[in-house]
Design a protein around this ligand. Structure first.
Ligand code: GUN
Ligand code: ZN
Length: 443
């Protein structure tokens, strides 16, 4: 058995602070004890230290928070971030579909998967729900690379039989390939599978039915797709599905709306969709950097909160412009304020950790630095840049400074503020020595 102990300032938000008064857990001088990658004790250092068996305690100078959980991201779009000039549908045609065609080549997929997962680690992200491409080998590449790094990754072959030439599958191949990938990967190491129709416009009715059949046959996997991101997209969906009550209903008719469904965006939602999301327990991955970049609009936090819609936070690389969920918290604040909603920094941290983990059905494993959970955590450095150091300098030691320090980190911070990323108690990324150190999975 390997025992490790870390001393430092500990912060986590296990529940939505909008509805739980005791959601925030903070120990200014805390101790985290880890056995074989699992947290076995957490508390104030002075109380806990005398009860911990003799083990060297590593001191961490920064603010220790749970590893971030990216609830929506596309790994094949890593090299297409910052592609200029179009909104969603034209951006897909011009920049994204050509890039995704290259993932028919396994070697290319392997290379990008490694870059992508390292970029997650550099940004403190230790779990993610990931779009690959239509090619089964793109899924194999991602899962193999995730297994090497022992990351918690949920993914699944993209279904898109109405996609462009070179990126099209069929209902039959979608069913057979998904079945084989579920058998090969779901539950291996820290990996999980998600049935992944790209969006309503790129799958035939027959293929959406295949997705529904797969979910009915495999109740343990997730469903992952896009929903109501862009006004032109919404209009095209309404034209294609005239009998559907709204965009969400187009999915619902094929059995794609349940508590295991994660929908990216949800910018343009009628109240009926919100009621159905609440009723089904399905959730929205809010992706503000993507929404700003593609001019899609701003997520309506007030509407979602009024209806009790479950939400998490996603980068949506490569419409998203940053891998940093820390920075995405700051952008979520800006998106909220554009519609009159003041996102609290603790709620933003919850969104990026336990909130997203709940959407991915991994909240029992990660997201809250809680006893019994896997020890994925990040050391945030509030001195990472001269500006951040200056902005937070006068706050140190001040009463009630925590919310302000956290907010400054979210607005001014990014990958530079991630001093170290720990995966199951193992330091997988060390900024100061510029080194990755994959632990590898035990399974
Ligand atoms: N809708 C369908 N495909 C995509 C995609 O790749 N990115 C985004 N942002 N929206 C989509
Ligand atoms: Zn997306």
């Amino acid at each position: 058995m390997t025992v490790k102990a870390f001393r430092g300032e500990l912060l986590s938000v296990a529940h939505d602070p909008a509805s739980h008064s005791e959601a925030v857990s903070h120990q200014p001088d805390g101790l985290l004890v880890i056995e074989d990658g699992i947290i076995v004790a957490r508390g104030p250092y002075a109380e806990l230290a005398p009860r911990v068996p003799a083990v060297a305690v590593e001191r961490l100078a920064g603010l220790i928070v749970p590893g971030f959980v990216d609830a929506h991201v596309h790994y094949p779009q890593t090299d297409r971030i910052a592609s200029h000039g179009e909104q969603l549908l034209d951006w897909l045609e011009r920049h994204i579909f050509p890039a995704e065609q290259a993932f028919a080549d396994r070697a290319h997929a392997d290379e990008v998967a490694a870059v992508f997962l390292n970029e997650l680690l550099r940004n403190g992200t230790t779990s993610a729900l990931v779009f690959p491409t239509v090619h089964p080998q793109s899924v194999d590449a991602l899962f193999s690379a995730a297994l090497e790094r022992n990351l918690r990754i949920v993914s699944g072959k993209v279904l898109m039989d109405l996609g462009p030439e070179g990126l099209r599958d069929t209902p039959q191949s979608a069913r057979a390939d998904s079945e084989a990938l579920i058998r090969a990967w779901h539950g291996r190491g820290r990996l999980g599978y998600a049935v992944t129709p790209r969006f309503a416009l790129t799958s035939s009715d027959a293929q959406l039915q295949v997705a529904g059949d797969l979910l009915a046959a495999h109740p343990e996997v997730l469903m992952h797709t896009h929903l109501a991101e862009n006004t032109r997209e919404v209009a095209e969906v309404a034209a294609r599905f005239p009998a559907a009550a709204d965009y969400l209903d187009a999915y619902d008719r094929f059995g794609l709306v349940s508590a295991r469904s994660v929908f990216a965006h949800g910018i343009h939602l009628p109240d009926r969709s919100c009621r159905r999301l609440r009723g089904s327990g399905a959730g929205i991955a809010v992706c503000p950097s993507s929404n700003f970049f593609l001019g899609s609009g701003c997520f309506d936090f007030t509407q979602a909160e009024a209806h009790g819609v479950r939400i998490g936070l996603g980068s949506d690389i490569g419409a998203g412009t940053t891998f940093s969920l820390l920075h995405t918290c700051g952008l979520a604040y800006q998106a909220g304020l554009a519609k009159g909603y003041r996102l609290d920094p603790f709620r933003a941290l919850w969104l990026a950790t336990a909130g997203s983990a709940a959407l991915l059905h991994i909240a029992d494993r990660v997201g809250a630095l809680a006893v019994g959970q896997e020890a994925d955590f990040v050391e945030l450095d509030q001195h990472a840049t001269p500006l951040l150091a200056r902005r937070t300098a006068h706050l140190e030691g001040a009463a009630n400074d925590l919310a302000e320090r956290l907010f400054a980190l979210q607005v001014l911070g990014d990958d530079r503020a991630i001093a170290r990323t720990y995966v199951m108690g193992h330091c997988a990324w060390d900024r100061d020595s510029n080194r990755f150190s994959p632990a590898g999975s035990l399974t």
